[in-house]
Design a protein around this ligand. Structure first.
Ligand code: EPU
Length: 337
């Protein structure tokens, strides 16, 4: 295992922010991880996975462990189902493609999400009506200070909308090393109710879609509105979609009769933050190299050399304006470091 000093993290975060790690090691096995944790027991450590859900605003004067443990294995199989265990350093989309190739159903709607498998449970990644929690059975994690392995079952993870125990009670305590999924081998349960998927399939005249068709539809939709991080730095949705109470929503609806919404329950309504941001005039705006994406206002972008603080300033402008205009305080989805 190579330890590097004063290493730029620009290539290790999808926002493409150029901060320096004073010490950096790419971890390729659990034993390497154990060695490094034992050696650095008393010092702060920063865990870096695919770097796809973070905004780095300062240099990291500490050891950065990049979790790059690879490997996918079928651990159990029955007539209709298969359990697949995936090591944390596998690229999420590569794992989805592995499932499509082997005809394992359940994660096709999550095609093309950037990042690594190991960080997927932290924010319970989701798209087009499906979340990680729908197929994840368990994940293995190493406790950073005791170095003991802990198995979290799905129910232990306290999954919510872009949320889990790893963002709350257990924040910063564990390193996820492996995630296990239960997937279908046949009679796949497709989730095509999300409007854009239905339309994409209908446009192609597909009436009985396979999981590959769904995956391809999702890829086409994502490519049409979300920037490719290898071309334009970004971390996907920067904010969560806010949930407001029904009275607040009814008031907004009087002023904005076309406001899009999803009913959560009798008292709560979710509003797409992208609409609020667009309505406030931010879509496509740019300040130097930091800006708001032209096709999806929920995505903040680094056109080239923006600093983390420049992106953060754009997010603050948005927060202030949305609070003033709609009396809604947006919550950041991306982790600000
Ligand atoms: N909208 C606008 N203007 C915009 C963007 C969106 O008016 O610039 C409105 C439109 O009415 C649209 C609605 O917002 O119909 C919803 O937009 P979209 O389908 O693009 O989804 P989203 O709510 O903005 C969420 C997730 C995405 C996920 C998509 C699809 C969050 C924070 N984001 O976005 O997840 O891909 O749904 O399921 O929940 C991510 O988490 O990084 C991410 C990209």
């Amino acid at each position: 295992m190579k330890i590097e000093y004063n290493k730029s993290l620009k290539k290790y975060n999808t926002f493409g922010i150029d901060v320096i790690a004073s010490e950096f090691a790419a971890i390729t096995s659990e034993s390497e991880l154990d060695t490094m944790l034992a050696k650095n027991n008393k010092n702060p450590i920063f865990i870096l996975s695919g770097g796809s859900n973070m905004l780095l605003t300062e240099n990291l004067d500490m050891l950065v462990l990049h979790i790059a443990i690879k490997g996918i294995a079928v651990t159990e199989t029955s007539e209709k189902h298969v359990s697949v265990s995936v090591n944390a350093g596998e690229n999420w989309h590569d794992f989805v493609q592995y499932c499509i190739k082997n005809n394992y159903g359940g994660v096709e709607n999550l095609s093309l999400i950037p990042g690594y498998v190991g960080s997927a449970p932290i924010q319970n990644i989701g798209a087009y009506g499906v979340e990680l929690k729908d197929t994840m059975t368990s994940c293995e994690a190493i406790h950073i200070t005791t170095r003991k392995k802990h198995i979290f079952l799905n129910k232990d993870c306290k999954f919510g909308y872009r949320n889990s125990i790893f963002k709350n009670d257990a924040k910063g305590e564990y390193i996820i090393t492996k995630v296990t999924f239960r997937l279908t081998k046949k009679e796949h349960i497709l989730n095509t109710s999300y409007g854009a998927i239905e339309n994409a399939l209908a446009d192609q005249g597909i009436t009985k879609p396979t999981i590959k068709d769904v995956s391809e539809a999702v890829i086409a939709i994502r490519k049409s509105k979300l920037p490719d991080p290898s071309q334009i730095g970004n971390s996907g949705s920067f904010f969560k979609n806010p949930v407001v109470d029904i009275n607040h929503f009814t008031k907004l609806q009087k002023t904005y009769p076309n406001i899009p919404f999803y009913k959560i329950n009798e008292e709560h309504i979710k509003i797409p933050a992208g609409w609020l941001i667009e309505k406030s005039g931010f879509k496509g705006k740019r300040w130097g190299d930091a800006g708001v994406h032209k096709k999806q206002a929920l995505v903040l972008v680094n056109y080239d050399n923006a600093t983390g603080n420049e992106i953060l300033n754009v997010s603050k402008k948005i927060l202030t304006e949305i609070k003033e205009k709609f009396d809604i305080l947006l919550e950041t989805e991306v982790n600000i470091i």
